[in-house]
Design a protein around this ligand. Structure first.
Ligand code: G3I
Length: 367
């Protein structure tokens, strides 16, 4: 039971942090994070950036950008060997003049692939070109301009029952586990400047299922690193539940420490907080979203290997395709720092508090 004095001290400390944000010259998440030596940014789409109110606002808040969809294979290679970098280049050409870093998502995934891919993998002699050729073409196109690449996304699925916990995906069926090594080696050769990331979800939560996923992830990464696979960082997607079981901060802390002890850097790549399954009251939902984000980021940012935090979008307005129907879920989801009118929500404030309260990093680069 906390003493009255410690409760008062904690409240005063919190009030100091909040006052610090209000008074400080750092009035965006990107600036608050950069002041502590960490990158903040978000996912975006060309559709969002056509909104003339939103685009400059995003440019102020974010210091790193990732494409929510336009750099997935279905978008980049709609027909075999026919690449379309138009949308991806337009996102890069928005990021760079705005001083933003740019990260790629994702070179190898079991989803968002063009319909012709599976047959190409099955064709004699086609599979190496289908994997290595694609990575080489795409990573070379962006060579030298990428902060990082999600080289392989969501390769683990303990529920698939393999002893190595790998997902029984089209990639595994075509190559066996070696597709992961091949992907990272080809990406390194194509762009030695980019941070190479293994990106996944499933390690954030408190349950025994999450414990198993964390163990499987550490085993996978440790073995890959021991084989000399050039994985520089672990991308923790960070998709949370506002009304689900609370994050076990001690378990998360231990997992992140283990990643750091493997020599890996840590990126939070897709942070958002699903507010379904609880109250429909907006104030209650926004408060639960902010609390879940704060509990998570306070632990993540306490680990000095964490270098960036990206939310999977910035405003709730773009969460569903145009023509959203209220009947879809009976309400509009509120997962992100800004609401549908681009106003700052409690989640924006809780993220600002997490960045302000964290121990500053020693400055290693100009963020
Ligand atoms: O752009 C096309 C449009 O031309 C077409 O008319 C329409 C018809 O369906 O599809 C549009 O593409 C959609 C795309 O989002 C852009 O809106 C795809 O159908 C749709 O499947 C795609 O969904 C994305 C999904 O990944 C699959 O790529 C979501 O927006 C995106 O939020 C989601 O993000 C994933 C991460 O990549 C990996 N981690 C989980 C995360 C959430 O699921």
């Amino acid at each position: 039971m906390a003493s009255a004095a410690s409760v008062v001290a904690s409240a005063l400390a919190e009030r100091t942090v909040v006052a610090g944000i209000a008074a400080s010259r750092l009035t965006t998440l990107g600036a608050l994070a950069a002041d502590r030596g960490v990158l903040y940014g978000c996912a975006a789409s060309t559709f969002e950036l056509r909104n003339q109110t939103f685009a400059p606002l995003l440019a102020r808040e974010a210091r790193i950008l990732v494409a929510e969809y336009e750099m997935k294979r279905a978008a980049l290679e709609p027909q075999p060997g026919q690449f379309d970098f138009t949308a991806a280049d337009s996102l890069l050409n928005f990021a760079k003049p705005n001083g933003m870093a740019f990260r790629g998502h994702t070179l190898v995934w079991h989803k968002a692939n063009p319909p012709w891919l599976e047959s190409a993998l099955a064709s004699p002699g086609g599979k190496e070109r289908t994997l290595a050729g694609y990575i080489e073409s795409v990573a070379s196109h962006f060579r030298g301009r990428m902060h990082s690449w999600d080289v392989v996304n969501e390769a683990l699925a303990p529920a698939d029952g393999r002893s190595d916990n790998l997902r029984n995906s089209l990639w595994l069926k075509a190559f066996g586990p070696a597709y992961i090594d091949l992907a990272f080696h080809v990406a390194r050769a194509a762009d030695p400047h980019a941070l190479l990331v293994y990106n996944d979800w499933g390690c954030e939560g408190p349950s025994e299922k999450h414990d198993r996923f964390r163990a499987a992830t550490l085993d996978f990464l440790e073995r890959a690193i021991a084989r000399g696979v050039p994985i520089d960082a672990y991308g923790m997607q960070g998709h949370l539940q506002a009304f689900g079981p609370k994050i076990d901060q001690a378990k998360l802390h231990r997992f992140l420490d283990a990643l750091k002890n493997l020599g890996l850097r840590i990126l939070i790549t897709e942070h958002d907080v699903d507010d379904s399954g609880g109250s429909l009251d907006i104030a209650v939902r926004d408060g639960a979203v902010a609390d879940a984000s704060r509990r998570f980021l306070d632990v993540v940012l306490d680990n000095t290997a964490t270098e960036a935090v990206l939310t999977w979008g910035l405003s709730d307005r773009f969460l569903d395709p145009p023509g959203w129907k209220e009947t879809l879920r009976g309400y509009r989801p509120r997962l992100l720092p800004l609401d549908v009118d681009f106003a700052r929500k409690p989640m924006w404030r809780s993220m600002a508090q997490s960045f302000t309260a964290m121990r500053p990093r020693l400055r290693t680069s100009n963020l």
